[in-house]
Write a protein that binds this ligand. Structure first.
Ligand code: 26V
Length: 827
């Protein structure tokens, strides 16, 4: 491509406060169309967003142009979810102009403007459920910061993750209409439009050489329209792109009805197809086999593949070299339909021969697994699949046949093994195992923490590991220090920078240099002050939102994550009740504020009951005069990225207490430790690696190991042994059973009691109870020695270098994608 003629008439907006201030006025008047006299906070937000965004656009274009000119290998991160949160402060920080923006906004203070209330107007981009979606967002930040040509591809849901309200202690879901006031960060690309087919049937025919070919005909079509979002790297000229697809009715489709004169039916149909990208499925870890979700998956995969092949074709490289120029990462199995889709394109549209096409496909894709929980592994009923994607079913059958031929060759005479490895589960009606499809279609498969990868190899994917011992690799998760330290905790960030310089922002291992500062009294004092201020900020938020007074001097004990049995919020509640009973019996413990936050899947009854229990326990404990201020329980409604940014910097204690072997990695554990919280946790997920990095003396580990958990199951675990032999546990459980926390409805928590006893306590809460309580006592003791606590908190921050998503992305780049980072200077 020729370098386009320079456009001298461009403004080239600069980053000094004076220019920013002038732009703010200009945008308010000329873009938003508001008189400063009548402008609302929201008007100023939109003006400010326009000013930030116009300062990223030239870098964005230069980045895209350079990838093209240099013919860089692209990485495509395909994900059903991107949990981005707000973009305003993050963008200002990443282009290193936050101070200038703050000064410019402050100068507008004469107009009654408060800079904080402006950034708080922005709704979260909550296009994800939890860990998996937030990981994708951290990865985009790291790829941009490191200069990797990484593109996020996903769905532009009109409604993101629901807003959680708490009414009478119970979760109620409200729709997240995040686009209501327009989205200043998105660039609609109405000309980037692809057709996506559904339904229909497959016909075959012979070509002039007598070769058989297949054609997918009579399909119902939906159009995918692109929206682009700039992803600025930190302190670099690189601004990458995230492209999200929105469903639009296809014009042909309408015409059919219009020609029949059926206007209303045409508009109804238009609605149906545009419903495809309407709403994010709010279900974390239980697979919901709904047709609309399968359509969402194919919709965004088909559009994304068309788009990347179009870009690839422009370089003139032959298709056989696709894997040299393109790496596609499948974020869980949700986009794994990409495997048969690329086969279909190569075979049906490019008339390529099977083995040649298969070689290209398997060298292009890699798959990340995020969970070992059997109920979360996606499978689709064959009849549904056949109706929605008939050609893909044929291709999957062909992949399976060839794969099983290989398996039989390796392991003759073992039909049980063949059945276990098949892409089709024949047990309860035929179902397609999407994980098997993703493994077979990828050159690398990765877990997200060391223990998770080990368990993948030893349990769910053991057969595949035996067949392909080099395919499964570990890529321990990470988080971006830009959002989770620099942005969320500006005071701590500043303190660190004062002592280390700002190199840590791109090289988090430098945090190790904090270690000697544990004996620097001035540093320790400043560190304590930062934490206290952050706690005061959270206390004020709790007071304002919930009218609960909490003492910033108390131990802030925090568990924030989706509500799920395996994450064991209930174990935390059992500890709270135990503490309560001890205090009432005259016991002594340092003042604690136990803080919960998290959403339950709308259909997950027990998870919703756990939320209600937390609120009922809070009600009793917080109002018991015997307890005074020694224990407070708080459930913060609507846990999301923006609330996380306030809660995490204020935490003293991080609860990471899943049953060992169930939490693939966790990333909240990393964010909390990075902000100076001590972890109480099991040897699960990334906790294991956190312990290695901070040292076993600086983390509170309790409970059964993953291997011991497996043994318990194998030996026929019974919760009753623990119930019978531990009086304190029994008292706690009996209070739930007998309605102590629900006096007006005594049976309310019987299902909880039953789950932990009669129904077998699947997640072994009772088995870990004693060990957890003892560990919490040690936490309490340490908190009474502020100097010792602070020392450990600092050592936790110092040990978090490994958990930067830059480290993770560096590993993907080297061992999976085969791409090199390229440093670019800003300006
Ligand atoms: C499943 C489904 C099923 C259908 C409806 C929507 C939906 C959405 C998500 C999922 C799977 C969620 C898996 C997940 O988030 N896993 C988490 O991934 C994190 C990042 O790797 C990891 O830190 C957490 O431990 C893991 O639970």
């Amino acid at each position: 491509m020729k370098k386009p003629a320079a456009l001298p008439e461009l403004d080239h907006p600069t980053l000094d406060a004076a220019s920013i201030r002038r732009s703010l006025h200009n945008r308010l008047v000329y873009t938003i169309g508001k008189d400063p006299i009548t402008a609302t906070d929201r008007d100023w937000f939109h003006a400010a967003a326009a000013v930030v965004r116009e300062r990223m656009i030239e870098r964005w274009m230069e980045t895209m142009r350079s990838y093209y000119v240099e013919d860089r290998k692209r990485v495509y991160y395909l994900s059903m979810e991107f949990l981005m949160g707000r973009a305003m402060t993050n963008s200002m920080l990443n282009i290193c102009a936050e101070k200038e923006f703050r000064d410019a906004l402050a100068a507008l203070g004469e107009m009654g403007l408060k800079p904080e209330s402006i950034s708080e107007i922005e709704p979260d981009a909550a296009l994800g459920n939890g860990g998996l979606g937030r990981l994708a967002a951290c990865f985009l930040d790291s790829m941009a910061t490191m200069g990797i040509a990484g593109y996020g591809y996903g769905i532009r849901y009109e409604y993101g993750m629901f807003h959680q309200g708490i009414e009478n202690g119970q979760q109620v879901e409200h729709p997240d209409n995040w686009l209501r006031y327009g989205n200043p960060w998105e660039f609609p690309r109405p000309e980037v439009l692809y057709q996506v087919k559904f339904h229909g049937r497959v016909v075959d025919f012979a070509d002039e050489h007598g070769h058989k070919h297949y054609q997918w005909v009579d399909s119902d079509d939906v159009m995918a329209m692109a929206y682009d979002y700039p992803i600025p790297g930190y302190d670099t000229g690189t601004v990458n792109n995230m492209r999200l697809w929105a469903a639009k009715a296809s014009r042909d489709f309408d015409l059919k009805y219009f020609n029949e004169g059926n206007y209303i039916a045409a508009v109804e149909d238009k609605n149906d197809s545009e419903n495809l990208s309407k709403v994010l499925y709010p279900d974390d870890t239980t697979e919901m086999g709904r047709e609309l979700r399968l359509k969402q998956q194919y919709f965004f995969v088909s559009a994304s593949l068309q788009d990347m092949l179009y870009r690839f074709a422009k370089s003139g490289t032959p298709l056989d070299n696709l894997p040299d120029k393109v790496a596609v990462q499948l974020n869980d199995t949700h986009p794994s339909i990409a495997v048969p889709e690329l086969m279909r394109i190569l075979i049906d549209e490019h008339r390529m021969e099977w083995t040649r096409a298969w070689g290209i496909v398997t060298r292009t894709f890699a798959y990340t697994n995020h969970t070992l929980m059997p109920e979360a592994l996606e499978t689709w009923p064959v009849p549904l699949f056949e109706r929605v994607l008939p050609r893909h079913l044929q291709i999957i059958y062909e992949i399976n046949q060839r794969f099983l031929r290989d398996v039989m060759h390796h392991y003759p005479g073992d039909p049980a093994l063949w059945q276990r490895m098949s892409l089709i589960d024949e047990a309860k009606g035929k179902r397609i195992r999407m994980a098997h499809l993703a493994i077979v279609g990828s050159h690398k498969v990765n877990g997200v923490a060391a223990i998770h990868t080990r368990l993948m190899k030893e349990t769910i994917f053991a057969d595949f590991h035996r067949l392909w011992p080099d395919k499964i690799v570990n890529m321990t998760n990470g988080v971006t220090p830009r959002r989770w330290l620099n942005q969320a905790n500006p005071a701590l960030s500043k303190l660190i920078t004062t002592h280390l310089g700002k190199g840590w922002l791109k090289d988090l291992d430098q945090l190790r240099q904090l270690t000697p500062l544990t004996v620097d009294a001035g540093f320790c004092e400043a560190f304590v002050r930062v934490k206290r201020d952050n706690k005061a900020r959270l206390a004020a938020m709790i007071q304002q939102r919930l009218a609960i007074r909490v003492d910033p001097a108390s131990l802030f004990d925090v568990q924030i994550k989706r509500i799920h049995e395996y994450k064991r919020q209930l174990l935390n509640v059992l500890h709270v009740i135990t503490l309560y009973n001890r205090l009432r019996a005259g016991g002594d413990a340092p003042p604690r504020t136990v803080i919960f936050g998290g959403k339950a899947a709308p259909g997950y009854r027990l998870a919703k009951l756990i939320i209600r229990l937390i609120n009922d326990v809070a009600d009793i404990v917080n109002n018991d005069p015997l307890v005074r201020d020694r224990l407070k329980v708080v459930f913060i409604p609507n846990y999301d990225v923006s609330n996380a940014e306030i809660i995490i910097p204020a935490a003293d204690l991080s609860e990471q207490i899943s049953t060992a072997g169930t939490e693939a990695s966790g990333t909240g554990n990393m964010k909390l430790a990075l902000n100076g919280a001590l972890t109480i946790g099991t040897l699960d997920g990334a906790n294991v690696e956190i312990r290695n990095e901070v040292g076993p003396e600086n983390i509170f580990i309790f409970g059964l190991t993953a291997d011991e958990v497996a043994q318990q199951y194998a030996a026929g675990y019974s919760p009753w042994v623990h119930y019978d032999n531990n009086a304190e546990l029994r008292q706690t459980l009996d209070m739930l059973r007998d309605g102590f926390f629900s006096p007006e409805d005594r049976d309310r928590y019987k299902p909880v009691f039953d789950q932990l006893t009669y129904h077998g306590d699947h997640y072994l809460l009772l088995a870990d109870y004693a060990s957890y309580i003892a560990c919490q006592e040690q936490v309490g003791q340490l908190y009474r020695d502020p100097a010792a606590w602070t020392r450990k908190a600092i050592l936790n921050v110092a040990g978090m270098g490994q958990f930067s998503s830059d480290r993770t992305i560096g590993q993907y780049a080297k061992t999976i994608w085969n791409v090199e980072p390229v440093a670019r200077t800003a300006g």
